[in-house]
Design a protein around this ligand. Sequence first.
Ligand SMILES: [Zn+2]
Length: 315
Amino acid sequence: MGQHDDPEKAFTEFFTGPYRDVVQDLDEQYPDERSLRIDWHELDAWDGSVADEFLQKPARMRQFATNALNRLEEASVLGANVRIYNLPEKQIVRVGKYRTRQLGKLLSVRGKVVDMEGVTPYAEEAAFECPLCGTLTRMPQSYGDLMKPNECMGCEHSKPGFRFKREQSELVDLQKIVIIPPDSNLEEPPGSIAFLKNDLVDMVGPGDLVTINGIYETFTGQSESTLSTYIEALDLDIKERTEIDTYGASEIQEFVMDALTEQITTVDDFAVQRSDIVDAVTSEHGVRREEVEDQIDALIEANEIGAEGSKLFDL
Ligand SMILES: [Zn+2]
């Protein structure tokens, strides 16, 4: 055991002791700034066993930290998110190289964003109303099908045809992204799904290099014995973000033409897949996929290149 037995009390002392200034900064900027980022190494220097417990039981420890932060007398940041970064070397894992024993643990995964979905409302806790007696029952949710209660707490009817109540549910912003190893040469490299929540949404785009500090999890409601997994992001390091808008439209168009010329000479049927060109420009110049797509559209519009069928270019 370390010096603290009660985790919530430990975090209260950490927030009012060594992390006092960081908490103060958040307090001043709240709610524009909504997250408190804990440097794991600072936590470790303060209390090694609390820091180690954060790696082993991240979901639980984060809840303790959040409770401590929300109840601080020194700051009023109710609803702020606790995030953790700068994890020790041993937690750093290559995309797709996780092991079963790492399930539920805190990992640091560095990858390249290759796919992303739009931001959607997600019910962390859904409220259901019984149509028979009006009692409200709350159910914590996980990604996938909406989980309804089995029985009404009020009239004890089983499955009375519960109605989902949005206003009484706890909704947050959610975004799903897919990352791959940043340096993979494979045609279809192993991808990992990561979920970003709250103020982590809308921060990255395709092509960005990110470090995700998060919990390795299995989806609930599995249909096969080989389980599908995801990373629940607790923190997103975007310092390695691909510089965007570095190139102007004409430069990107030049990249597209160069990639076309290069590919035309290597294929036999004098036609190049549009996606190959996008891939080439994205990986060679670090331009975002949408920007490349935009400029290809512009070139097609200007009749610089053809667009028959799936063929981008037809000599
Ligand atoms: Zn009822």
